[in-house]
Every structure is written in C-alpha cells, then in structure tokens.
Design a protein around this ligand. Structure first.
Ligand SMILES: CC(C)(COP(=O)(O)OP(=O)(O)OC[C@H]1O[C@@H](n2cnc3c(N)ncnc32)[C@H](O)[C@@H]1OP(=O)(O)O)[C@@H](O)C(=O)NCCC(=O)NCCS
Length: 131
C-alpha cells in the first residue's frame, strides 16, 4: 500500500461518541444489538464516503462480535477505519469502545467489518473507488 493510500486511510478514520440513553437500550438495560448494528453501518458509510467522496452503499457485513454488553449510562466511541481497497469495493472495520462517565475506564465492546461499494449517483452502478 503506497503512502498516499495510507494518508487517505488515516485522514478518513471516523470517530463518533454517543451517550447510551434509555432510547437505545433493551429490557436488560444494555444497548439493543440492532441499534448497535445500525450505528456501525452508519459509521462504515461515513468512513467510506470520507475516504473516496463518492456515492456509497453497503453490500455486506462480516461477522460482528459483541464481546461486552454496553450498559445504559455509559459513553461509547465508534471508530471506523478502511482496511482494504478493491476496485469498486472497500472494507471498513468498526470498533466500539465503552467509556465510564465517571472514571477513566475504557474497554472494547464490539467489532465488525463492512464491505461497501462505490456507485455512480445517476445509474447506481459500481464505479472505481479511487479514480
Ligand atoms: C452494491 C451493488 C451496486 C453491487 O452490484 P453488483 O452488480 O453486485 O456489482 P459487482 O458484481 O460488479 O460487484 C461490485 C463489487 O462489490 C463486491 N461485492 C459484490 N457483492 C458482494 C458481497 N456480497 N460481499 C462482498 N463483496 C461483494 C465485488 O467483489 C466487487 O468488488 P471489487 O470491484 O472491489 O472487486 C448491488 O449489489 C446493490 O445495489 N446492492 C444493494 C445495496 C444497498 O441497497 N445497500 C443498502 C442496504 S439494503
């Protein structure tokens, strides 16, 4: 991978914090998995868009590991990073970290990888990721 590509990957790393309020939790008082996946897809979309500045759609997601429950009343940080660039597709890894609100404790909770495709905004057909 050349330096320009690496610089582009670093520049498009996308970080978003959210407060885990009751509107995102389930009856166990932890985040609902479907909501987590939706947030991850959105971060993957933003990361891919910022990487190539083209129309982007999600075509696939790899295994998503929910290693820790995310309790209500914590903060989460979602981080998206491009890990592979194909011809018209790219892969984005998304990690979620839990942070306590009232201490410096932080741990990784969830991770997964999404494949997204660059598309022409008129025809919706795949186009080169970088051109
Ligand atoms: C994404 C889409 C435009 C791809 O169209 P397509 O005719 O399958 O295109 P291609 O076969 O040329 O594949 C395009 C790229 O996607 C990759 N790809 C296609 N299907 C894939 C899959 N299931 N998993 C991983 N990669 C896939 C191909 O390997 C190719 O990558 P490359 O160019 O880097 O080698 C089309 O499948 C689509 O519109 N899907 C719906 C997307 C959508 O609406 N997402 C929102 C969620 S519902």
């Amino acid at each position: 991978m050349n330096q320009e590509m690496q610089d582009r990957i670093e520049a498009s790393v996308t970080r978003v914090f959210k407060a885990v309020f009751p509107d995102t939790t389930n009856h166990h008082n932890t985040m609902f998995g479907g909501t987590v996946m939706s947030m991850m897809d959105e971060i993957a979309f933003m990361t891919a868009t910022r990487f190539c500045r083209k129309g982007i759609v999600t075509v696939s997601s790899d295994k998503i590991d929910f290693n820790k429950a995310i309790p209500a009343g914590t903060l989460i940080e979602l981080i998206g990073k491009v890990t592979y660039v194909g011809r018209t597709s790219l892969k984005v890894r998304v990690d979620i970290f839990i942070e306590d609100m009232y201490s410096d404790r932080r741990e990784k909770a969830v991770s997964g990888t999404f494949t997204l495709v660059a598309i022409d905004k008129e025809t919706n057909k795949p186009v080169m990721v970088l051109s």
